[in-house]
Structure formats: C-alpha cells, structure tokens
Design a protein around this ligand. Structure first.
Ligand code: CS2
Length: 399
C-alpha cells in the first residue's frame, strides 16, 4: 500500500489523478486543501467517496481518498505526511506556483514572502520547501498542472524558495518528473448534482490522457493507460499549444461574442476557422515525429469541444489568463507568426478592456495590474507586458 499526498482537490484532480489511482488499486490519497474546508466538509460526510459522472459512460464511485487535511486548521499534519508519503502531487492551478511572467518563482509575492519564515505556511511551494528540508527518504514530487515542463518549473521554484529561506534540501532523494495531463472537467452544476444525487459529484468527459516522465524516486501506482516516457516535452507542447491554446481563443473570442459555452464557441462561424488555423499553426511547431498525428489530434479536439452535454463554460477557461497565455499562445506566435494566435491575443486584450470598462475585476491573480494597464492611454503594450510579450504590440495592433 502506498500513499499519495495530493495538494488541490478540485474537480480536475478528482476526475484525473484520483480516478487513475483508484483504478490502479493498492494506494490511498490524502488530500490537502490549502485554503477552505468546503471540499473536506462535503466529502467527509460520505466517507471521502464521490461520484465521477463520465460522459456517455455513466457514474462511477471513486473510493481512494483516506483523509483530507485543511491547511488553516492543521499545518503540522501536512508537514507530517510530507515526511512519509511515497508521492507528493499537486493540482493547484497555474497561479498556485506564484511565478512571474518568465516562469521563475516570484519572491516578491506576498504569500511566498510570508512563507519564508516557516510560520503559518499557506502555499504549495512553502510546504515543499520547509517540508522537504526534513525529508530523509526518496520521494517523487509530481506536478499535474497545465504548465510546460511542470516538474522542472516546480523544482526550480522550490529551489529558489529554499535558497531565499536558507533551507538545505537533499536534492539526491527528490525527483520532479514532468507530466502532461488531459481531461476536460467542467465545474459541477446543480444539474449534475441532481442527476447523480451526490452533492460532491464531478462531471468529466470520457477521454483522458496522462504522459509522465519516467523518473520516479520510489514506487508508483500501476496507473492504467498512463504513458511513461523519457521526454514529455513534445506531448506537453501538443496539448498546451493545441488544446489549451484553442480553449483560450474560444473563451475570449466567445465571451466577446456573447456566448457562454465551449460547444457554442466552436460552432461559431467566425471562431471555428480561427481555432482550426490556430491548431494547424500550433501543430507545425511540434517535433517532426509528431507531425503525422497533428491532423487527427486537431480533429479529435474539435469533436471533444463540440460536446454539448459537458456544458463547459467559457468564463471558467477565461480565468487566470495572465498565467495561462504565456505558454498557450506565445510559443506558437513567436515560432510561426500565427495570425490566428494574434487574434487570440486581441480577444484577450478586448476582454480585459471591456471588463475593466464595465467596472468588473477580472478573475486573475494580476487583476489589479490588468485594470491599471487597461486604463492607460495605450493599453496594448501595457497589457502585453504583463504576460512578457510587450515586444509583440506592433504586430497585435496592425490589422
Ligand atoms: C482549460 C483546461 O480551464 C482551462 O483553462 O483550458 O482546464 C482544460 O479543460 C484542460 O487542460 C483539459 O485537459
């Protein structure tokens, strides 16, 4: 029996890592909620089991969580499990890493600053820095967030944190494999709760994919269908640039056109050709070995996006754009000059401007900076600067 300590028990983790781990058998998952007790409070009433409502395949009960620790209630318990878990994994979303636009740990970030002391730790990076400094035996730290080279980025964030905090980690016993995760998992709606009867139900699509760098410090579950490989980068690029890049274009373009759901945006006569173009351009940046898969992958993505029953909201995808766009849009744009990706960026800028003009704060860790940039006489370079792309302003302006 092995144990995974997992940070971030949102819907995605419950539809992906936990489903795979339940299927593997022989392992349990201790969840960590960094902020609120809501998920623990909901799950504890039902013995930590919940329904996964898989589109077209019915409902399956996932019974793999053995406990959920809530950080503000008991930090010591989290530090304790960091010493013994076989794998420490995370789905804390892009902003949970507290990185700057260049992908380095933002040491000026208030939460990171406050975590350096080791008192009242509140971030994943703070827990890993202080916790792993005490760790005696090998452990795998597995990022399952949507970010290019997620393992390497996490390792360097923990390294920078440890340096700044004066902590000494034994890097020889730690491994941070990169991974590519994929399963479209919308937020739970009342309709889903009503159909399944489980207030903690999670809706997801039938498709799922997981490619992990084969670099574990110790044991791992026998996850069914997982592809272990020496080099995840091509798969990460494929997924982030094609799927997530297309998602972001549909989100900002669709909201600008008054739409609500992904399936509506992908059927839109203006957006559909753009998204097809974006995927082709993104596909052209992939390594030669993947080129022949690009058309079929793009077609399969369109098909997944067309699924009306998932009811995947565009505003869910539009969240945290400042954290997502640097690796969803910029590599394709820089490598190919893609006009479709430029349109995607124009949609993001239009979204920032219109939300600010209407007095609404964006759902984004840089919401204040975005509002300030949007109010400038020349907002385009100011907004692009926030995602490390000020130099692209002339190309974005001309149309
Ligand atoms: C989406 C992703 O919310 C978003 O930004 O693009 O959550 C997407 O649904 C997943 O990465 C699919 O695996």
């Amino acid at each position: 029996m092995g144990t995974i300590l997992h940070f971030g028990l949102g819907n995605f983790a419950r539809a992906h890592l936990l489903d795979y781990t339940a299927q593997a058998g022989g392992w349990d998952v201790i969840g960590v909620s960094l902020r609120s007790s809501t998920i623990r409070d909901g799950l504890v009433k039902q013995g930590f089991a919940y329904d996964l409502c898989v589109q077209g395949q019915g409902v399956k009960r996932i019974e793999v969580i053995s406990d959920v620790l809530v950080v503000p209630e008991d930090r010591a318990a989290v530090f304790e499990v960091i010493q013994t878990a076989d794998i420490i994994s995370a789905t804390v979303t892009e902003k949970g890493y507290h990185l700057d636009a260049s992908g380095k740990l933002n040491l000026q970030d208030a939460a990171i600053q406050s975590d350096l002391s080791g008192q009242a730790v509140s971030t994943l990076i703070g827990f890993l820095g202080h916790g792993l400094a005490q760790r005696q035996s090998p452990v795998t730290v597995l990022s399952c967030d949507n970010r290019f080279e997620n393992g390497a980025v996490l390792k360097s964030a923990v390294y920078d944190f440890a340096q700044a905090a004066g902590l000494d980690l034994n890097w020889d016993i730690l491994s941070f494999p990169n991974s590519m995760v994929d399963r479209i998992t919308p937020a739970t709606t009342d309709a889903v709760r009503a159909i399944s009867g489980d207030p903690m139900a999670v809706p997801t699509e039938a498709f799922s994919e997981w490619v992990i760098e084969d670099h574990f410090a110790g044991a791992r579950p026998d996850w069914p269908g997982v592809q272990l490989t020496d080099d995840v980068a091509p798969h990460e690029k494929r997924k982030l640039r094609m799927l997530n890049g297309a998602h972001s274009l549909l989100a900002y373009g669709g909201l600008g056109r008054g739409l609500t759901y992904v399936h509506e945006a992908v059927a839109d006569l203006v957006l559909r050709p753009l998204v097809t173009r974006l995927m082709a351009d993104a596909g052209s940046t992939l390594p030669a070995a993947l080129q022949d898969q690009v058309p079929a992958y793009a077609q399969a993505l369109i098909h997944r996006f067309e699924n009306p029953e998932l009811a995947h909201r565009l505003d869910q995808i539009a969240m945290d754009g400042s954290q997502k766009l640097p690796y969803r849009f910029l590599p394709t744009l820089r490598e190919t000059g893609s006009e479709a990706v430029r349109d995607g960026l124009r949609f993001w800028i239009a979204f920032c401007l219109s939300e600010t003009a209407q007095g609404r704060a964006l759902n984004d860790p840089l919401a204040d900076e975005i509002a300030t940039a949007a109010r400038q006489t020349d907002p385009v370079p100011a907004l692009l600067k926030l995602i490390g792309a000020e130099d692209l302003a002339p190309a974005i302006r001309q149309k």
